[in-house]
Design a protein around this ligand. Structure first.
Ligand code: IPM
Ligand code: MN
Length: 381
């Protein structure tokens, strides 16, 4: 078994605000996984690089060449968060966020998967009635490298009181087609339903979006396709989130709807994501931002980062059983009543812990699970 050793190189990009804390937390879990993978002939190694505001401070730009080169050479990249008030005065192209957008674009990770499910004991966190949450299992597929985030021309002109600003929402057919295929393929592994979200009653890009998605759908006759306008979809996700399976949408609509899903499940802190292209490294990030108000206080919820690590195990390392084991460990500590502050509601049996302790308990639960299974079946992975 040890002859065919495989080494997976990962790059960690802690970034700003709570980013470094949640990445450190994920690293605790990663270290546990490494111990067990080693016995299976799989080596994991990783290095950290600066991005965002941290990179601006260290190197003068939000996506240093060295960071990009390391990311491009990695099997997968795990990122914390970027941005913060220190860099708010900078122009869009120089801001921490530009580092993340540049990285997504450079890695061509056009399909951003953002799953939303109810985790054990978190029902009370959601403002919604439990019947709306029953069976909630949505996979949001957000187009990530096109649309108004990247469209040209963009810019500003004029002086007050006649200032103007311009952004461009543009899509090419191929950009829509490839992300639509990702959504339909995902639906085949789930409930075989895709809801495509657009604003066809107003936007040209949305008319093209709908035409292309309908065309792609003909390759998947076993998957049911429906369309929703984005304003109506924003309402439906609150009224009946359980009614959706795969939700496919463009970049900015997906940004907005994914935060809404975070609210629906009770905390953005537990939301994970995977950004994938055609081959090449995947980029994994918790959906929450840099939360500067709680940075450095050991208060951040590391579960979004840890669950992003599970997605990394599944999609980039192709170790679905490790992914399930990490998810299982997260569910286990939640069942035990452990809560970070964002998901604590004062209910009986809960114990409020910090970022570090939460991560250590998840790592313990993972170690215990892997240990038992390995004893049962050495070919577990
Ligand atoms: C997200 C974030 C980013 C985005 C920001 C930080 C650029 O909000 O990943 O959802 O808008 O995509
Ligand atoms: Mn966002």
């Amino acid at each position: 078994m040890n002859e065919q050793r495989e080494t997976h190189q990962l790059v960690l990009l802690p970034g700003d605000g709570i980013g470094p804390e949640v990445i450190k937390a994920a690293e605790t879990v990663l270290a546990t996984a490494r111990e067990y993978l080693r016995h299976e002939g799989i080596e994991l190694s990783w290095q950290a690089k600066p991005i965002g505001g941290a990179a601006i401070d260290q190197v003068g730009k939000p996506l240093p060449d060295d960071t990009l080169a390391a990311a491009q050479g990695a099997k997968a990249v795990l990122l914390g968060a970027v941005g913060g008030p220190e860099w708010d005065g900078l122009a869009p192209g120089d801001r921490p966020e530009a580092g993340l957008l540049g990285l997504r674009r450079a890695l061509s990770v056009y399909a951003n998967l953002r799953p939303a499910t109810m985790l054990p004991g978190l029902g009370g966190q959601s403002p919604l009635k439990s019947r709306a949450l029953q069976g909630l299992d949505v996979l949001l597929v957000r187009e990530l490298t096109g649309g108004v985030y990247f469209g040209e021309p963009r810019g500003r002109a004029g002086d007050a009181p006649s200032r103007q600003a311009l952004d461009t929402m543009a899509y090419q057919e191929g950009e829509i087609r490839r992300v639509a295929h990702v959504a339909f393929r995902a639906a085949r592994r789930r409930q075989r339903r895709v809801t495509s979200v657009d604003k066809r009653n107003v936007l040209e890009t949305s008319r093209l979006w709908r035409e292309v998605v309908e065309d792609v759908a003909t390759d998947y006759p076993d998957v049911r396709l429906e369309h929703q306008l984005v304003d109506s979809m924003a309402m439906l996700l609150v009224l009946k989130p359980h009614a959706f399976d795969v939700v496919l949408t463009e970049n900015m609509f997906g940004d907005i709807l994914s935060d809404e899903l975070g609210g629906v499940v009770g905390s953005l802190g537990v939301m994970a994501s995977a950004s994938l292209g055609d081959g090449g490294p995947g980029l994994y990030e918790p959906v929450h931002g840099s939360a500067p108000d709680i940075a450095g206080k050991d208060m951040a919820n590391p579960l979004g980062a840890i669950l992003s690590l599970a997605m990394l195990a599944e999609h980039s390392l192709e170790l679905p059983l490790l992914a399930r084991a990490i998810e299982g460990a997260v569910k286990e500590v939640l069942r035990q009543g452990l809560r970070t502050r964002d998901i604590a509601d004062g209910s009986q049996g809960e114990r409020v812990v910090g970022t570090r302790e939460m991560a250590e308990r998840v790592a313990d639960a993972l170690a215990q699970d892997l240990h038992t299974r390995q004893a049962l079946n050495a070919a577990y992975f």
